[in-house]
Design a protein around this ligand. Sequence first.
Ligand SMILES: [Zn+2]
Length: 319
Amino acid sequence: MTPSLSPVICFDLGGSFIKMGVMSDKNVLTLLDQQPIPAQDWRAFCVRVSAMIARHAAEFAADSPVAISTAGIVSPLTGEMFASNIPAFHQRRLAAELGEVLQRKVIVHNDADCFALAEAEAGAGKGHKVVLGAILGSGVGGGLVSDGRLVMGQNGLTGEWGHGPITLTEVDIDGARVPIPRLACPCGQRGCLDTYGGARGMENLHRTLHGESLSSKAIVTGWQQQQARAQQTIQAWLQLVSEPLAYTINITGASCVAVGGGLASVTPLIAALNDAVQRCILRRTPYALVVPGAFAHQGGMTGAALLARRALAPAVRGL
Ligand SMILES: [Zn+2]
């Protein structure tokens, strides 16, 4: 069976923007367009996506499929979206309903899953048997790839290490034990790593420790400039994030953790996280286990396009 290598129309759907690209028959992704997303209005969303495709029609074929990477979970049973930050998608079967509108094949996957697949296939995790894509963006997310396949678990959820509880009730800051309260998480649980782990969580942590509101960018800059408060926050952050990540590595057997999201661009922070993680896993690696991903910006669209190719050529592996 010859796999379809027609261009794939790619979208990254976020809370603010629709990003559009095309993946060529040589698997090269080119960005084409970016428009504000009508996040509250399904019909307006469909009109905008249709117009974007029409505007760039010369870039792909009449039967090119559409691959979508977006926040939220796709039910593997019904195709319905849930936990999306785009109200227009609430309980929509996004792939089926948008496919009807566009008269094209549409596949939809969670953006962290798409990132993990892109990293395993062609990024930092290339050649590794088990790859964890760990998102440290405004929140904490993840996806897991094993033997080149995305692991799709219960209700479409896998690799969501951000929405389990932190392991510590206190942290060590300059030799003193400092209690860490368990905060309410937007997911409805209490004490999730997400409340301290991503950029927004780092800001929560700084506020908890010092009663001061600073952006994550300012905290990271302060840490690099050896400002005392920021250094203490990052000390605590490394302890809180490294333990759940170490558990995740021990359980999944991941030999590469590719980090995505905004904090992945802070290379010294990811190196410090790697050091902290290596101290609490069963088998240390002689190489960096936790590394910045190669697809910091287009991982979602790249992974979605690769998944679309597979969906169209299920008998062919490794595309
Ligand atoms: Zn949570």
